[in-house]
Structure formats: structure tokens, C-alpha cells
Design a protein around this ligand. Structure first.
Ligand code: FES
Length: 64
């Protein structure tokens, strides 16, 4: 699904960037340039980022 129509960035690309270490919107913007044009994709991108971070955290074994 396209998230950023201005730059043609998909949810799959955002999730891959998070997997590769982009864990903040600033890092995502730096890597994929999302939000750098009209900015309408920022809210959706942030939701995808947060959901992906939750999935990563849930998949990690508890070390406490
Ligand atoms: Fe992403 Fe316009 S939709 S900057």
C-alpha cells in the first residue's frame, strides 16, 4: 500500500527501514524522505512505525 503518494513510498518500504534500524520519524524521514513534500503521510507513517516497533518488541525474548 502506498503511504506517501508524493514520493511513492509504501508501507513495506517503511517496515523494511524500521527493520534496518530507523526507529524514529526523523530517521525514517532521513532515509525515505517521507513527509518532505506535502506532509500528509506523516500520521500514517508514524502509525506504521509504532506498530512495527511493537511487533519487534513483542518478538524479542524477555531478558529481565
Ligand atoms: Fe508524503 Fe506528500 S504524501 S510528502
Amino acid at each position: 500500500m502506498y503511504v506517501c503518494l508524493c514520493l511513492g513510498v509504501t508501507d513495506t518500504q517503511i517496515e523494511a527501514a524500521v527493520d534496518n534500524g530507523a526507529h524514529t520519524m526523523k530517521q525514517l524521514t532521513s532515509e525515505l524522505k517521507i513527509g518532505s513534500q506535502c506532509g500528509k503521510c506523516c500520521q500514517c507513517s508514524k502509525s506504521i512505525l509504532n506498530n512495527k516497533l511493537i511487533k519487534i518488541a513483542e518478538a524479542e525474548p524477555c531478558v529481565a
